[in-house]
Structures are given as C-alpha cells and as structure tokens.
Unconditional design. Structure first.
Length: 144
C-alpha cells in the first residue's frame, strides 16, 4: 500500500504517535476536522476542473480533465498521459513511419556470400583494412 508516498508501516507508525500525543478524544475531533477540510478541498478541485474543462472546450482542444482528485503517482501519470495523448500521438506515428522507412533498406541488404551484416572477404572494406591504416576496433594490421 502506497498512499501519497507513504507506505503502510509509516502510516501505522504515524497514527500510533498521533494517538499517544493527542489521545483518543482529540484524534476523533482531528479526524472530523480533517474530513471536513478534505470534503471542501475535493469540492474546490471539482469546481476548478469543471472551469478548466470548459475553457479547454471553448478553445477547441479535445482534452479530458479528471473530475476527481488523483491519489497516487500511477493515477497521476495515467491522467497526464491521457491528457497529452492527442499531442504526442501524431509525433509517435511519424517516428514509427520514419523508423520503418529507415529499417526497410537494411532488411533488404544481402551480401554476395548470403550473410547479412558482414561483407565478403574480397569486398573493398576488407581490402582497406589490409592497407595498413587499421580499423576502429584495432584488430587490423598497422605499420609501426
């Protein structure tokens, strides 16, 4: 259980310390006051999100704003991804097309010896390696 970055054991420890410091009577009063303020905050959140949604619709944007308060990182991440999807989707589609266009010629390349990716022994690249300049990996012949 993870609630606002606080695990289950931390929440239990906090409640035990609060019970010892405040006592059972004040804990009930504090819980009531916390509940009242939380209800007010949720109402303000819903009203604010309603106004923001109305402004987005007036601006012509097709973004759906959550009406309820997000309570976990996963929920917040999911809602942000859902909100920016109309913006990022065309970019992702374009990047997919570019990647497929770039990968298509690489799949069609076949060497004369039938292997992909390695040149045959009599290719110009192999002859360049024997010219004394070496290779990037340092495995070619070099003159000292």
């Amino acid at each position: 259980m993870n609630f606002f970055g606080i695990g289950g054991w931390e929440l239990i420890a906090f409640l035990l310390i609060a019970l010892v410091v405040a006592g059972p009577k004040r804990m009930i009063q504090w819980a009531y006051v916390l509940g009242v303020y939380l209800a007010k905050f949720r109402a303000m959140w819903a009203e604010t999100m309603k106004l923001v949604q109305k402004e987005f619709q007036n601006a012509g944007l097709d973004i759906e704003i959550p009406k309820e308060l997000p309570t976990s990182r996963a929920a917040i991440r999911q809602q942000v991804n859902r909100a920016i999807k109309p913006i990022t989707q065309p970019i992702e589609e374009t990047m997919g097309e570019v990647n497929s266009t770039l990968k298509a010629p690489l799949k069609n390349i076949t060497n004369t010896n039938g292997t992909n990716g390695t040149p045959p022994a009599d290719s110009p690249t192999q002859q360049d390696n024997d010219s004394g300049f070496g290779t990037w990996s340092g495995t070619g012949k070099t003159e000292n």
